[in-house]
Every structure is written in C-alpha cells, then in structure tokens.
Design a protein around this ligand. Structure first.
Ligand code: IMP
Length: 431
C-alpha cells in the first residue's frame, strides 16, 4: 500500500485535520516530517463525555487515533520539554500514547536555540520574520551548520557535552558581544538535556527502516507536513518562511522513504487565505471583510494566539502549490465561512507594475509589489454546514468550487463545510 503526503497549500492553518479524518482508519502510520512545536492543530474527538478538545503543537495528530503508530521523523526539530509536557497532558486525559516512536536523527531544540530565536527577532526590528519564538530557525541553522544536537546524542554524555560546548563557543560570543546578553553555561544545558534521556530512550527507533518495512508489508503511511507551501524554506516567500521543507519533497527527506513510494499528494487549501507573521500577502484585506473572515473563520493562532491576517482566495498560489508539490487532490476547507457575501472575489492573476503575472512571480520583489486581479463570483446565503453531498450545495457555491478547481491545477476531492469532524462534502475517496 502507498505512502500519502498531506501538505498545506497556502501559509498554514488550512485545517489539515479534516483530510486526516477522511483518511481515518485506512492509515497505519502518521509521520510528522518537518517543523517542530511551531505548528498547532486543535483536534476535537467525540467521547462518551462529550467532545474533547486537544491542542497539539509537536505531536502528530495520529497520536489520538487508536491503532495508528505516530512517528516523529528525522526532519523534525524536537523541544524535549514540550514533547514530554504534551505527552503528560494526553496521559492525564486517558489517551494511550504508548505507540509513539521518534527518529534517532531528529534534531533537538536546545535552550540556547530558543534564546537566539527571540534575540535575533528583536535585533531585526522592522525586518523581523514574526517567528513563533520556539527556536525553530536557529535549530535548523545549527543542523545545516553541522553543530546541531540530535536525539541520539542524549545517549552519549561525552559526545553531547562536546557538541553543546562546540555550539556555545560560537553562540556565547554572539550573545555577549552582539546581542548584549549573558553567556549560557554548557553544564546547565547538558544537565537539562540529559534529564530527558531515559524517558526518550524507549521511544527511539530507526524510523526510516521501520517505515520502509511497513510499506513493504502493505501498510499505509500518511506523511503529514507542518506549516505549508508558502512557508517552505525553498519554495515559500523567503525570507518570511519557516526553516524547513514543508512541501511534498520534504516528506521524503524528512522521513527516509523514496519519492516513488508516494502515490498521492493531498494539499489542503482554505476557501480564502490566512497568514500569521510578517511577509507579503497580495489578497490581504484590511477592511470589514477581513475582520469578518477572521471572526467567522475563528482565525486566531493555536500556538501563539495571534490574530491571523485574512484575504480572498488566491488561485495563483493554488496553481503554484499544485506545481511544486505535484498535488493530486485538493481538500478545500472552510467553505461555510464564505456564506453570506453578495459576491466573492477570487484572485486569478497579479498585476506587477502594469505587467500581468498568471504564475507566481520569479522574484520576491515582484511578489511584494503584486496587486491582485480579481474575478467576482456570485455568493450564497443558504446555511451549508449540514450539507454532505456536492449536488446539495447551492449552485453558486458549486460554481465557486468548480472555478477554484479549474484555476488551481488539481481536482477538489473534498470540501469542509464546518468545524466538526463530519462536516465534510466528500466528492471522491482520498485513498
Ligand atoms: P518559525 O517557524 O517559528 O521560525 O516562524 C517562521 C514563520 O512561519 C512565521 O511567519 C510564523 O508565523 C510561521 N509559522 C510557523 N509555523 C506556523 C504554522 O503552523 N501555521 C502558520 N504559520 C506558521
């Protein structure tokens, strides 16, 4: 059976949980392949005592599904304090977390990486990225600089100490001389990291080997991307991006399986667009429409609580996501949020200083100056939250979805019509 990649098509927070729910019991493994606790998803699980809400930041959503093995892949950066706090939170609510496995090659967010994230952002001033402040960027930078600390280093105190001292040699100079902060003592960092070693040990396996064996044995693997296409360090709106590969290619490097094993690439796109943090956003709304999207769509960050910037659907981004990820299916979420507008604008191309761009401009400066060229679609007023088949949707909602599909370069296979797990119009199976 296949591996399936699930990624965000825009700037994150598209509601990947909807697609995960649709794949449901068909999936044997859910792999987080990039990012760290900068992500955030709220999962609502129906129980005998009513719906239970879980906010997860680091753990893959599969942790809540009985029978699924949740995997933290080598491409992830792990803050061990957050990992164990999230696990403790789930255990206290009776969730069985015994299946979780962690790659020995995943990198650890050391306390100094969190410090660097915050001081660098402050130092950048108006040029700041608007990071989540969780130490994600500095940890990936250490990985690329080959001074990172990996999960496996927790089990060799000598090596761990050497690596921490090596990393701090450089960073303390920066902290003291450039950022005017106190130096960080290697001993304290080593002690803190070692305090997690025994708890981490039983979780650690060769995840690449395990996943390839699972595919050989006919199991189904869901590779779930954190963040999204336009936050990808290579294909996003650099430098206003996260520091990992959130696109489908990252699913291979971040988990240790080959590209030929991925049979389906599902991209989740909101029926409009949102973004947190800084950076260009051509269809962003600064008026009452933007406020209304934010309020009705409950667009406030799960991780930082920040209000999200909101704007109309951007088909240039949709096409771009289809291209760089090799999307086979879109899941279009939050269509219900668009109910009640007389007409709904969709950005079909950009105007950059008098030149029409149907595709993502090659240069970031052009993207910063891109003005949306809109087409307008008639809206609908009917409540669509109870609808479960495409044909029952108001004709104008059908036309809106068909138009988005036509412009975005891949079929729309499911539509989210409300926050509940079952509030989905499924057009064709995803597996
Ligand atoms: P970092 O990942 O904390 O370095 O932040 C870099 C950029 O990615 C910032 O603009 C963040 O707001 C954004 N970002 C990181 N994780 C998420 C996410 O899960 N959803 C949406 N935006 C995110």
């Amino acid at each position: 059976m296949p591996a399936i990649a699930l990624i965000g098509a825009q700037w994150g927070d598209e509601g990947k949980g909807k697609a995960t729910d649709l794949l449901g019991e068909h999936v044997d493994y859910v792999v987080k392949f990039n990012g760290g606790n900068n992500a955030g998803h709220t999962v609502v699980i129906p129980t005998a005592d009513g719906p239970q809400k879980y906010a997860l930041h680091l753990l893959p959503s599969g942790i809540l599904t009985p029978g699924v093995t949740p995997v933290i892949g080598n491409g992830v950066v792990i803050d061990p304090e957050v990992l164990f706090a999230e696990l403790d939170g789930l255990v206290s609510r009776g969730v069985d977390i015994s299946g979780l496995v962690v790659s020995a090659n995943a990198h650890l967010i050391a306390p100094y990486n969190r410090t660097m994230d915050k001081v660098v952002e402050r130092f950048l001033g108006s040029r700041k990225i608007g990071t989540t402040g969780r130490g994600i960027g500095p940890t990936y930078a250490d990985k690329m600089n080959r001074i990172g600390i990996r999960v496996q280093d927790l089990f060799d105190e000598h090596i761990l100490r050497q690596k921490v001292e090596g990393a701090l040699d450089q960073k303390n100079h920066l902290l003291v001389k450039v950022y005017n902060r106190r130096a960080i003592a290697a001993d304290a960092v080593v002690e803190e990291l070692l305090s997690y070693a025994e708890r981490m040990r039983p979780l650690v396996v060769d995840t690449s080997l395990m996943l390839n064996d699972a595919l050989d044995a006919g199991r189904t693997i869901l590779l779930e991307g954190g963040q999204a296409t336009l936050l990808d360090v290579d294909h996003g709106t650099y430098p206003f991006v996260t520091s990992s590969n959130a696109t489908a290619g990252g699913a291979c490097t971040g988990s240790g399986i080959g590209p030929g094993r991925i049979e389906r690439v599902i991209a989740v796109a909101k029926a409009y667009v949102s973004r947190v943090g800084e950076g260009p956003f051509p269809t962003e709304l600064f008026d009452a429409d933007g406020e209304r999207l934010r309020e009705i769509g409950r667009e406030f960050g799960t991780t930082t609580g920040r209000p999200r910037r909101c704007g109309w659907y951007d088909a240039v981004i949709g096409r771009y996501a289809a291209r760089v990820n090799g999307v086979t299916d879109f899941v279009l979420t939050k269509l219900d949020v668009l109910t009640g507008w007389d007409r709904i604008p969709v950005c079909v191309a950009y105007d950059v200083e008098g030149m029409r761009h149907d595709e993502m401009p090659m240069s970031q400066s052009d993207f910063h100056h891109a003005k949306p060229i809109f087409e307008y679609f008639p809206g609908w007023n009917e409540d669509i939250t109870g609808i479960r088949t495409f044909d029952e949707l108001p004709v104008n909602a059908q036309a809106y979805v068909n138009a988005i599909e036509g412009m975005s370069g891949a079929q729309v296979s499911a539509i989210g019509v409300g926050p509940g797990r079952d509030q989905i119009v499924q057009i064709r199976p995803l597996i």
